[in-house]
Design a protein around this ligand. Structure first.
Ligand code: PLP
Length: 395
């Protein structure tokens, strides 16, 4: 008897979420673990957002909202987007959803058909390939490496376009690499896509306010004429440290927004009313000092990592991840055991030094590991020491 659908059988669990669960269980059992695996900021959400959430509960503002979210929230999002991109989205073009994940899931569901292809530069965020497959489409991976700071160039993109290409994903700043596409680079990407009217461009901007050098540029601000093909996704988890509140959104052309809203109205309904009210308050309370704080932590981690023999790490310009290359250690021996791949490297690092990091294989890059540097400076210093201790034991 076949107990699971074909759809369920092709999906693997989120590697980062399961690693985080394993790490938290070890912490609970009393182990002194440094958890650099999860993509979560260690700071608190803005107090104004927390208070607005509490007030919403106390005031009984806890009923259903429209499936696409409260109009006041969508107006606040539109206001943010016009300042950032110059594009005036109507609130009807914006759909609020649960976290940064659901906007992307919804998008693939409403634009992809069986057999479509979605171009996905690697290293990529873990959930894209699974979400693309769940929509019946196929991820077409474009492998990018440190020679281009893990960014996809225009020729690479053009080479991977086929008659079946339905969409391209651009994530800037990127998870896991922290790469940020410059204005020039985005122009080149846009020029490739300009004359290909059947291709959507999904721009995941969930880390948009965490840029440490230069600026964050939205593709849609450079190519307003493509705005009916650009689906912008964003969320509150990272920049407002509101991971558990589950709030995010898409901004798109009206037909896509309406399809997403209908889809969501049956799948989940709106995101939590309490979170939406908190989200409106968050918009006025972005803490700029977080950016300087994370830049300092990044610099501390980077200088420590690059001093360890055998490790190379390019400088992440955004987000809060470092993605060092550790492939020099694959094939070496730890206490008589050969390290055969990156997963084993991370397992042994956790076992021996009690530090949890994500193997790059989860992001399509088996030479690297991802470390979240949104942890305290004390932990960063301790982490560097533990990684050094571990690599010194390898031969
Ligand atoms: N997009 C990217 C690039 C991410 O890194 C993440 C979270 O790690 C998400 C989307 C999903 O965000 P959320 O946790 O709010 O669902």
């Amino acid at each position: 008897i076949k107990r699971l659908s074909n759809r369920a059988s092709i999906i693997s669990p989120s590697a980062t979420m399961s690693l985080n669960a394993k790490t938290k269980a070890l912490i609970k059992s009393g182990k002194n673990i440094i958890n650099m695996s999860v993509g979560e900021p260690d700071l608190r959400p803005p107090m104004s957002a927390s208070l607005a959430g509490i007030q919403a509960i106390v005031n009984g503002q806890t009923g259903y909202t429209p499936a696409s979210g409260l109009i006041e929230l969508r107006e606040a999002i539109a206001q943010y987007l016009v300042e950032k991109t110059g594009i005036s989205y109507e609130p009807t073009q914006i759909v609020a959803s649960a976290g940064g994940k659901q906007p992307l899931y919804n998008t693939f569901q409403v634009i992809c058909d069986e057999g479509d292809e979605v171009i996905l530069p690697s290293p990529y965020w873990v959930s894209y390939p699974e979400q693309i497959k769940l929509a019946g489409a196929t991820p077409v991976i474009v492998r990018c490496d440190e020679t281009t700071d893990f960014k996809m160039g225009p020729e690479q993109l053009a080479q991977h376009i086929s008659g079946r290409t339905k969409a391209v994903i651009i994530t800037s700043p990127n998870n896991p690499t922290g790469s940020v596409y410059s204005r020039e680079e985005l122009k080149e990407i846009g020029l490739v896509l300009k004359d290909r009217p059947g291709i959507y461009i999904i721009c995941d901007e969930i880390y948009d306010r965490f840029v440490y050098e230069g600026e964050h540029v939205s593709l849609v601000s450079l190519f307003p004429e493509l705005s009916d093909r650009i689906i912008l996704t964003n969320g509150f988890s990272k920049v407002f440290a509101m991971t558990g509140w589950r709030l995010g959104y898409t901004a798109s052309s009206l037909d896509i927004a309406e399809a997403i809203s209908s889809f969501q109205s049956h799948a989940t309904g709106s995101p939590s009313t309490i979170s939406q009210i908190a989200g409106i308050a968050a918009f006025d309370s972005f803490d700029e000092s977080m950016v300087a704080e994370y830049r300092n932590r990044r610099d501390l981690l980077l200088s420590g990592l690059n001093k360890i023999e055998g490790i190379e790490c390019s400088v992440p310009q955004g987000a809060f991840y470092a993605f060092p290359k550790v492939s020099n250690f694959i094939g070496s021996e730890f206490q008589g055991k050969q390290i055969s791949d990156i997963n084993q490297f991370c397992d042994l690092l956790l076992e021996d030094q009690l530090i949890s990091v994500v193997p790059g294989s989860a992001f399509g890059e088996p030479n690297n590991i991802r470390l979240n540097f949104a942890v305290s400076t004390e932990l960063i210093l301790e982490a560097i020491q533990r990684i050094r201790n571990f690599t010194e034991k390898l031969n």
